[in-house]
Design a protein around this ligand. Structure first.
Ligand SMILES: [Zn+2]
Length: 358
């Protein structure tokens, strides 16, 4: 086409006549219509608009060179080109509207939401079973007037041992049990130092619970190097062993059910005197005797006793002071309550295990 165009204008006045101009414009029209009919999208249409009507188009070059034509043909050529331009512009705008509508419809289909599809949901986390049991124990003691106190996990030897009547030659200080951080600094081996700290900071009456992490160098089915304890301390005038027993029976019934009984066995702890270990009715067989309680019908849950007068002396209380203390492993309580047979499960963070407590 470009070749013919050049030919058309090379020898003005020689080869040109009306019918040739008509044929030439008509050839351009046929070609452009062919292109227009195959356009599928807006981008293609924009390219076509530039190519068919822009400064570099054949139609534009005819208009630009129209002065080369013999005067009698100029009008015809100008009219024909402008008419074709107008027609093309109209058709382009019609097609543009159609393509935009089609694109809109396609987008609607693509963006459509299938309300029958199953929804995605975020799985909610839950408190760790140890935390749950710790909170449950605190809730049980709250109505009796106990409040919660906390202390440091990196503890001075004095609070962890001396203040609790554990002398320097006591086996509990053995390097195999205790993590020493320095000459006189340890990772606390029990939550009892919080009792000593509380008594040194305040005067009786005292009713506190101290829950938290404790550390011992031990690892097997029933021991992990870190575990949780909760201790209770009641200090006032005239506190008797019967108060302790009543408190623990109340706790056992709330924790393991109203049909639970307790049994106290004499024991020894350096910071209580007298001391006892406390059993509850077996949670599995309710006292009949089974594999879990080794046929006894009882399960040990905690240690307790009347606060040793030496402890009161260490913290500067008068001799007339009386009180009781008790302490238990929170994992031990959780294992009995949820019938878990391996302590290490608590710390492996297997989501399938933890999910059972949500
Ligand atoms: Zn049993």
């Amino acid at each position: 086409m470009q070749k013919r165009l050049l030919l058309l204008f090379r020898y003005p006045g020689q080869q040109l006549n009306s019918s040739e101009i008509k044929t030439f414009i008509s050839d351009i029209e046929i070609k452009l219509r062919g292109q227009l009919s195959s356009i599928k999208d807006i981008k293609g249409l924009e390219d076509f608009r530039v190519q068919a009507l822009g400064k570099k188009s054949e139609l534009y070059s005819v208009l630009r060179n129209i002065g080369e034509l013999p005067p009698e043909e100029r009008k015809l050529a100008g009219e024909s080109v402008n008419k074709l331009k107008t027609i093309l512009e109209q058709e382009i705008s019609v097609l543009e509207a159609e393509l935009k509508k089609k694109a809109g419809a396609e987008r609607l289909i693509a963006d459509a939401i299938d309300v029958t599809m199953p929804g995605e949901y975020k799985r909610l986390g839950a408190l760790h079973p140890v935390t749950q049991v710790m909170e449950e124990i605190v809730e049980i003691f709250k109505p009796l007037g106990y409040s919660v106190v906390h202390g440091p996990e990196i503890e001075h030897e004095f609070f962890n041992f001396d203040a609790l009547n554990i002398p320097a030659d006591h086996p509990a200080r053995d390097m195999q049990d205790t993590f020493y951080l320095g000459a006189d600094t340890v990772l606390r081996t029990h939550t009892s130092p919080v009792q000593a700290r509380t008594m040194m900071q305040s005067k009786p009456p005292i009713r506190v619970l101290s829950p938290g992490k404790v550390y011992r160098s031990d690892y097997d089915v029933t021991h992990t190097p870190m575990f949780h304890q909760i201790e209770g301390l009641y200090v006032d005038e005239g506190i008797k062993f019967s108060h302790l027993k009543g408190t623990l029976l109340y706790f056992a019934k709330r924790m393991f059910g109203q049909d639970t009984s307790i049994r106290l066995r004499p024991s020894y702890f350096s910071f209580t005197e007298p001391s006892a270990e406390v059993d509850v009715t077996c949670v599995a067989c309710k006292g009949k005797g089974c594999r879990i309680c080794k046929g006894t019908g009882w399960l040990e849950i905690l240690g307790c006793g009347m606060v040793n007068p030496n402890v009161f002396k260490h913290v500067g209380y008068p001799e007339s002071t009386t009180g009781f203390a008790f302490g238990m492993g929170i994992e031990r309580i959780a294992m009995l309550k949820y019938k878990i047979n391996d302590l290490r499960l608590f710390f492996e963070n297997d989501a399938r295990f933890l999910r059972q407590f949500s």
